[in-house]
Every structure is written in structure tokens, then in C-alpha cells.
Design a protein around this ligand. Structure first.
Ligand SMILES: [Zn+2]
Length: 421
């Protein structure tokens, strides 16, 4: 344990938070824990400011994916060796890989493509196309639930049928760089609009569907700006008294704000903002969910990358122990159905459990607000498959295939739990 503490202190000292790294000479490394002790070490390392995990791990034998700044490469490798941790280098110059991918994307004519990653503008155009393809007898409506500080819409697409029906909600891209999340979400939207799949028909016979593809428009646009901004996570609001920009919107909700797993340093990727719901993006979603929460049967807020289905809560109680909601048993049963449905598709392994116990304590997230304040009993955060490092477009289809199966099983399980047939 002493070695662990020394190593963590060492790492905290050598990894410095950088607001806009250039990624020249940065290594991307897979680190594979072989013991519970090593898993614990990696978990603690992930909580440190300035250490960028593209993929989390909580399991022996499952690799974490970390970006290491040039100056810290040799000391980090020494540290991994000292801890007898297996690692291998994915790239020795992240900038070169990111630049190549950026140029390839810029080479493509800009048009909405459901099988590729899309810019914010292309997603807005794509939403218009979906509205034009609305299933017969249904209504497809766009509604801006708010605007970002730079004036971009937080746009919601509602697919409804006449009458009062429960709502199934999906959102994504609150963390700008997690591009596989909006890409997968668009495929879910496409499945509902297309009505080609018998499960999609059956689900839409019962429920209305609401989709927000980009919860953090300014951050998402910034993540497309250049290869050096590809890994931007927060929004783009300036911070008073700091040259560092942005708040982690998924730490900014008025749900045990700043309780745990949130940084008070504006340069940190997990900076929680100046107060609960200080950000206009957060306020917009909070107000909207407060109004319609009682009609939402399930809310899924999609992230990457860890292969997990997370449920409330992220925060800890007065004793520093992970807090559990009173609905935990039902929520866990639903999460198990969701994760099993995913696993049964390609055999990928998915963890399931509360944020605090499964990944790390983290308060002020969309999901906890949705449950605690908007009254949405079934609120989930899937952490999708990898790879975390700028995934290729070929990751989109398998991600959708497995998540879709998970959603089908999830809704069946919720119906069983709520006593509906
Ligand atoms: Zn995320």
C-alpha cells in the first residue's frame, strides 16, 4: 500500500493538466492490470487531474487506454514496470495519428452519413432528413430545448403518435469527444424512424421516442475543429479568473453537486463549474426534464468508453460510502437486462452497477438529476465499446447492433418490473 501511495504521488506530480496539448510525441498506451491491486492503482490514477484515460478499466485482464505526454513517457513506462503492469504502445506520436484521421475526414465531402461520424452542422441536416422520413401515422417534431453559450441549438427530435404515451429518451455527446455515442444514438433514431425491424415496430407501438444527439454543441464543434482539439470533453464557456475554458457538463447538474469525483480546478477535465447548474446547457436540460420527467419511462444518456451500464448514484453519503437509491434493486435488474442483451450480441463483456461502485464516485451527472429530481426511475449511462482513441467509423455498426439488442431487452425487463405485459 505504501508503494501505491508513493507511485500515485509521483504520477500526480509528473502529469500536469494541459488545457490545449498538441499531442506531439504523446504516446497512447494500453495498460493491462493482472491483479486487483493493479486495478485499484489504475482507478486511483484515473481520478487524478491531467491524466487522460480514453478507456477506463475496472477488471483484471481488461486494458485501460491512456494518453501520456511526451515528457512523462519514460517515467510512466518505468512506473508500469515497477508495478509489474503489462503495457503496450498503440502509438508513439498521437499527433501524427490524429492529424492523419483529421485530414482524412476533411477530405470527405461534408454530407450527413449515418455510417460515419458527422459534424454538428451535418447532424442538424440529418435531423431534418429524419423528420422528412417520419413513419405514417406518427409525428416527428424538432424542438430546441435551449441554446449553447455560442448560440447553437440543443435540438430534440420527438417521434410520437396521437394520445398520451410514455417516453423513451436517448441523449449523447454531453462529453464532446465521445463521438461513438452520438453516432450510435443516430442509429437508434434511424431504427425507430425506419420501422424496418420488428422490435422497432413493437417498441414504437408502445412508446414515444425523444432523441437529443448533441447535448454539448459548442464542445462537439470544438472537438471537430482541429486534430489538437479532438479530445475536448467540456463545454466552451470561459471561466472567470482562469485562462482555462470549459465546464464538465456531466458534473454540473444540481444533483449532489461537488459531492465527489468533481474538480474545482477550471483546467481539469472534470471541472464542475462555478455552482450547481451554472451552465446554460445544464439549465436547459434540467428545466426540460423537470417538466416532462413524469412521462419518461426510461432515460439513457450515452457515453464512451468502458463497456458498462451504469445506474444511479455517483455520489457518496456522509460516511464516504457509495450511496444507493431506494429503487436500486429494480434499477439493477433493468441494467442487467440491458447489459445482458448487449453481451449476447457479440460476446463482449459489460459491467453493470452504480456509477460510484462500478467506475468511480462522480456527482452532478445527468442521470442522477433525472432520477432524483425529474423522477425518472429508470435512468442509465451506457459507456460504449472502444477503442477510445479516435475510433474508426467501422466501430459504429457493431456498437449500434449490440446497444439496440440491449435496449430491446431493457424495455421488456422494465415492463416486467412495472407489471405491464
Ligand atoms: Zn463521458
Amino acid at each position: 500500500m505504501k508503494l501505491l501511495t508513493i507511485c500515485l504521488a509521483f504520477v500526480a506530480a509528473v502529469f500536469a493538466a494541459q488545457d490545449t496539448p498538441d499531442y506531439e510525441g504523446y504516446h497512447v498506451v494500453y495498460v493491462i492490470p493482472d491483479t486487483e491491486h493493479q486495478v485499484e492503482w489504475l482507478m486511483q490514477l484515473e481520478g487524478k487531474d491531467g491524466i487522460d484515460f480514453l478507456k477506463s478499466t475496472r477488471k483484471v485482464g481488461v486494458a485501460a487506454e491512456i494518453i501520456i505526454p511526451k515528457e512523462q513517457v519514460s517515467s510512466s513506462y518505468k512506473l508500469f514496470s515497477m508495478l509489474e503492469m503489462r503495457y503496450f504502445t498503440v502509438t508513439e506520436n498521437a499527433a501524427a495519428d490524429l492529424k492523419r484521421n483529421f485530414l482524412m475526414r476533411n477530405d470527405k465531402p461534408r454530407v450527413f452519413d449515418i455510417n460515419d461520424f458527422n459534424t454538428f452542422e451535418d447532424i442538424l441536416a440529418g435531423l431534418d432528413d429524419f423528420v422528412a422520413r417520419c413513419p405514417s401515422g406518427a409525428s416527428c417534431t424538432l424542438e430546441d430545448i435551449g441554446n449553447s453559450p455560442q448560440g447553437r441549438p440543443i435540438r430534440l427530435l420527438k417521434i410520437t403518435k396521437p394520445g398520451t404515451r410514455k417516453i423513451v429518451w436517448f441523449d449523447s455527446a454531453i462529453h464532446a469527444r465521445e463521438w461513438l455515442a452520438p453516432a450510435t444514438n443516430l442509429k437508434l433514431l434511424d431504427a425507430i424512424i425506419s420501422q424496418q425491424d420488428s422490435n422497432a415496430v413493437s417498441l414504437f407501438n408502445k412508446y414515444d421516442f425523444y432523441f437529443v444527439i448533441v447535448m454539448n454543441p459548442d464542445g462537439y464543434v470544438y472537438s471537430w475543429q482541429d486534430f489538437t482539439t479532438r479530445f475536448w470533453r467540456k463545454n466552451r464557456s470561459p471561466n472567470v479568473g482562469s485562462s482555462c475554458v470549459g465546464t464538465d457538463l456531466n458534473r454540473n447538474y444540481d444533483a449532489n453537486w461537488l459531492n465527489d469525483g468533481t474538480s474545482t480546478n477550471p483546467c481539469s477535465d472534470t471541472y464542475g463549474g462555478s455552482s450547481a447548474a451554472s451552465e446554460v446547457e445544464t439549465q436547459a436540460v434540467q428545466n426540460y426534464l423537470r417538466n416532462i420527467g413524469s412521462n419518461i419511462i426510461s432515460l439513457t444518456t450515452i457515453h464512451t468508453t468502458a463497456q458498462m451500464i451504469l445506474i444511479p448514484y455517483g455520489h457518496t453519503d456522509a460516511n464516504g460510502e457509495c450511496a444507493y437509491p431506494s429503487d436500486h434493486q429494480d434499477q439493477l435488474a433493468a441494467a442487467n437486462a440491458f447489459a445482458d442483451g448487449i453481451e449476447n450480441t457479440f460476446g463482449t463483456s459489460w459491467d453493470r452497477g452504480t456509477v460510484c461502485t462500478t467506475i468511480y464516485p462522480a456527482s452532478g451527472a445527468t442521470m442522477d438529476f433525472a432520477y432524483d429530481t425529474a423522477g425518472i426511475k429508470y435512468s442509465f449511462t451506457p459507456e460504449l465499446r472502444g477503442p477510445g482513441f479516435d475510433p474508426p467509423a467501422s466501430a459504429i455498426q457493431p456498437s449500434f447492433d449490440e446497444v439496440w439488442n440491449g435496449v430491446v431487452d431493457l424495455m421488456a425487463q422494465i415492463e416486467t418490473l412495472e407489471g405491464k405485459q
